[in-house]
Design a protein around this ligand. Structure first.
Ligand code: FES
Length: 147
């Protein structure tokens, strides 16, 4: 399967069937993210177990790429340490913005997000959930905006 097929199949699957769609109450961390240009909005909750993400869930309304990216992110990061979460954040940021980037972590289905590089205007769609998660873990009390 080439990258374009992977991109299409994974984005369609995770948009139609988002994993970890829901709330955690009570949660240890929570943040909201907006893309003011399109009006898309997501909320994200995390439950921590020491320095690990025991659970992470999201809700919101967004384009196929933003929903699929949040779904893929939550699926990948559940059970990971906070150090691993920060490493994934850096790798995904580079994957979305750098041509021919060779990740050093096993990305699994997250690799499909590299297809977003073909559409620079959609990079913010794919990165919104990641910035929102970082804000939640940093206990920032203001919503994240893509602008
Ligand atoms: Fe709104 Fe993608 S078009 S986040």
């Amino acid at each position: 399967m080439d990258l374009q097929d992977l991109y299409r199949d994974v984005i369609v699957d995770h948009n139609r069937n988002p994993r970890n769609f829901g709330r955690i109450d009570p949660a240890d961390a929570h943040a909201e993210g907006f893309n003011p240009l399109c009006g898309d909005h997501l909320q994200l909750w995390a439950k921590l177990d020491g320095d690990r993400i025991a659970d992470v869930q999201f809700e919101g309304k967004g384009c196929a790429i933003s929903v699929a990216s949040a779904s893929l992110m939550t699926e990948t990061l559940k059970g990971r340490s906070l150090t691993e979460v920060h490493d994934y954040f850096k790798q995904i940021h580079a994957l979305l913005t750098t041509d021919d980037y060779k990740p050093t972590l096993p990305l699994g289905k997250l690799a499909a997000l590299s297809g977003v590089r073909e559409f620079p205007s959609r990079v913010k769609c794919a990165s919104l959930c990641w910035h929102t998660l970082m804000a939640a873990l940093d206990r920032q009390n203001k919503p994240v905006s893509t602008e």
